[in-house]
Design a protein around this ligand. Structure first.
Ligand SMILES: NC(=O)c1ccc[n+]([C@@H]2O[C@H](COP(=O)([O-])OP(=O)(O)OC[C@H]3O[C@@H](n4cnc5c(N)ncnc54)[C@H](OP(=O)(O)O)[C@@H]3O)[C@@H](O)[C@H]2O)c1
Length: 327
């Protein structure tokens, strides 16, 4: 494993971070058992992963707690998030503190390394900064968290409006930001700010559905070509990103996707989500490989550098509970 420093937190973190949400939720979202999910976390630890990202909304805090039982607390960096409701403009600081306390209990720990507000929309940001953050900073002073962080709502904020403000405000030591081969605008919109202010970055959406489901990629290419956003040849190709896979290049589109994010200047940790042990191993191997060849990176910039908001799946609302179950 390679390790890096997570911005001004000073935390030494693995460059590959296990995401406990997304569509897999460690496999719990795709019908696997709690034992399987524990196996995924344990395998990640064995391969040197020390950063784990979960959230109240994912329902994976308890399984993370079980998997980490017996692991010295200072060997892992636990990141979790307040529920989406707390990040709403009408939420109260009391609800934020209550969520933090619940997460501490669910995670079976005395402190959270990075406590984040989850999916903060631009319209909710003032409230997050002026109402919620002061309350959470008081709890931090009591030792309940080490750092505050914030995650953007990628589908609702594809131009990173919230992130740009958050980087400048000095409160959020860590930013979770969307960046991938066909949504590259954080390069100009966000990374200069995170680097200037030494905000640590957790990268989300490296693969998501667009690169893990070929039919999704094909449909996206057809839509983009119809809008004149990408060459028609990409819509007609059975393997539109096949040019990335060659001797000396990537071994698969997913390999390319993780390597693309990993080697972007400004990207500290690449989050990856999986419930499949083989995917876990190959994803970590990809994240540890060298950058894609210059020619392939250049081609990705030319073909897709102008796209905004492609391949960012919206979270799904559970209509029975009103709770966002994925993110
Ligand atoms: N706003 C927010 O705060 C927010 C939003 C989104 C994500 N996140 C965080 O970012 C993390 C990562 O996002 P993500 O879960 O979407 O991760 P991702 O790594 O971008 O995509 C994971 C998806 O790709 C599949 N996959 C992964 N490796 C694969 C492989 N080698 N071959 C084929 N398919 C593969 C997974 O299914 P399998 O289970 O089959 O591997 C899963 O469906 C989340 O877990 C969460 O912690 C936060």
């Amino acid at each position: 494993m390679d390790y890096t420093t997570l911005g001004r937190t000073g935390l030494k973190v693995s460059v590959a971070g296990l995401g406990c949400g997304g569509f897999s939720q460690l496999g719990l979202g795709t019908g696997k058992s709690e034992e399987d999910a524990i196996g995924i976390i344990r395998a990640a630890l064995d391969l040197g992963v020390n950063l784990f990202d979960t959230a109240a909304a994912y329902g994976t805090e308890p399984v993370l707690a079980k998997a980490l039982r017996g692991v010295p607390r200072d060997r892992v960096v636990i990141c979790t998030k307040a529920p989406f409701g707390v990040s709403h403009p009408n939420s109260t600081p009391e609800s934020a503190v209550a969520s933090l306390d619940r997460s501490l209990k669910e995670l079976g720990t005395d402190y959270i390394d990075v406590y984040q507000l989850h999916g903060v929309a631009p319209r909710a940001y003032d409230h997050a900064l002026t109402v919620l953050a002061p309350a959470l900073l008081r709890e931090k002073e009591k030792g309940k968290s080490r750092h505050l962080g914030i995650s953007e709502t990628a589908p609702g904020d594809p131009i990173h409006e919230m992130a740009q403000r958050a980087c400048r405000d000095g409160v959020w030591d860590v930013l979770m930001c969307a960046f991938h081969m066909m949504h590259q605008n954080a390069r100009e919109a966000v990374f200069p700010l995170t680097r200037q202010h030494r905000v640590g970055t957790l990268m989300m959406f490296a693969v998501r559905n667009i690169f893990s489901r070929p039919e999704r990629l094909a449909a996206t290419m057809r839509e983009l070509a119809a809008d004149g956003e990408v060459p028609q040849a990409l819509a007609e190709s059975p393997d539109p990103l096949g040019f990335l896979v060659h001797a000396g290049g990537a071994t698969s589109v997913i390999d390319a996707a993780y390597r693309f994010v990993r080697h972007e200047p400004g990207a500290d940790v690449v989050l990856f989500g999986t419930g499949d042990p083989a995917h876990l191993r190959s994803n970590i191997a990809s994240i540890l490989k060298p950058p894609l060849p210059d020619a392939d990176r250049a081609r990705l910039a030319v073909l897709f550098g102008h796209l905004v908001g492609v391949g960012l799946d919206a979270p799904h609302l559970s209509h029975t509970t009103g709770r966002v179950t994925r993110g």
